[in-house]
Design a protein around this ligand. Structure first.
Ligand SMILES: NC(=O)c1ccc[n+]([C@@H]2O[C@H](COP(=O)([O-])OP(=O)(O)OC[C@H]3O[C@@H](n4cnc5c(N)ncnc54)[C@H](OP(=O)(O)O)[C@@H]3O)[C@@H](O)[C@H]2O)c1
Length: 282
């Protein structure tokens, strides 16, 4: 079986300049770990993080610059913004002194638009807004990125390399798509976890010991996900391949694929998340 969409194999060993990471929490921390794993030298990284985890202190001993007293002493090739969206109005304007003429600012903050970033930073700053998802933590994420008009090919390549460290990367030119992207891939891992929860609960309701039901559901969701990842076939074909006419799977799918079934439910769920993303972006 071939891998249909493996993350691009990249190395960051030849990356020039300084990467400034602002916010090394769950997502920022996962990105940093991936960059270092691809050979980025800790000496190329500045991290601004009010409550650094032990790992960061260890990395500081290996040359990473942690919370420098004068951050502006090193101009950034890229500034990666991974703080919560709520603190953005306070944090983003303070980054202006780090900008050099060729700096690109990459924001992964949910709902913070290119317009917001442009308003909080000096005129003509090169900006990329991106939406990753949690499988980034294991190098299996997917990120959608949208640039503003100031981003050069070189800056786009740098941002692509930084994002590709945690999985697949797709670029779009229309920022309006980011609300639906957020609803599908940003929030999507939660829907899959819910599927595992619901399958487990249904197994218990059908008479299985709870622990066994949970184990079966977890292995089924993760194993099927991996099969989908490795297979060249589309999900509908994979589904049809495990469904014999008149069999047990067909009986369940008759329920799941009824008019008010999973497709309709997913449509409503994604529409609700898209609407909410639009509201949060203001
Ligand atoms: N997690 C996801 O699945 C996901 C997916 C897509 C997008 N995102 C986006 O990624 C961003 C980070 O999310 P997260 O889940 O990684 O959140 P998180 O774990 O809370 O990380 C944010 C980090 O930023 C730090 N921080 C707070 N104020 C700061 C400041 N003034 N300067 C520098 N760092 C500061 C926080 O420190 P304290 O803990 O001390 O406040 C925390 O370590 C969010 O904007 C979110 O929308 C996340």
């Amino acid at each position: 079986m071939t891998t249909q969409s493996a993350p691009e194999a990249r190395t960051l060993t030849d990356l020039n300049g300084t990467i400034v990471l602002v916010g090394a929490g769950k997502m920022g921390g996962a990105m940093l770990e991936a960059w270092l794993g691809l050979g980025l030298s800790p000496t190329s990284v500045v991290v601004i993080e009010p409550q650094p985890m032990q790992e960061l202190t260890t990395l500081a001993a290996r040359g990473l610059t942690l919370n420098p007293a004068t951050p502006a002493a090193r101009k950034a090739s890229a500034i990666v913004l991974a703080v919560k969206p709520q603190v953005a109005p306070a944090v983003v304007p303070t980054l202006a002194p780090l900008l050099a003429p060729d700096t690109v600012v990459l924001s992964i903050m949910a709902g913070r638009t290119l317009g917001f970033l442009a308003g909080a930073l000096p005129r003509n700053t090169a900006l990329v807004r991106a939406m990753p998802n949690t499988p980034a933590a294991i190098g299996r994420g997917i990120t959608v990125a949208v640039p503003n008009a100031m981003v050069s090919q070189r800056q786009r390549a740098l941002v692509h390399a930084l994002l590709a460290a945690t999985g697949l990367v797709e670029w779009v030119e229309d920022e309006a798509l980011m609300d639906a992207v957020t609803a599908v891939s940003g929030s999507g891992p939660a829907y899959v976890f819910l599927l595992a929860e619901a399958l487990s609960a249904a197994g218990a309701a059908a008479g299985l010991p709870a622990e066994l039901a949970s184990k079966l559901a977890r292995a089924t969701v993760s194993g099927s996900g991996e099969l989908l990842n490795r297979s060249p076939l589309d999900p509908a074909t994979l589904r049809q391949n495990v469904t014999s006419p008149g069999g047990t799977t067909a009986a369940a799918l008759d329920v799941l694929m009824a008019g008010d079934g999973m497709t309709e439910l997913m449509n409503r769920a994604v529409a609700a998340a898209t609407r909410r993303s639009r509201e949060l972006a203001g």
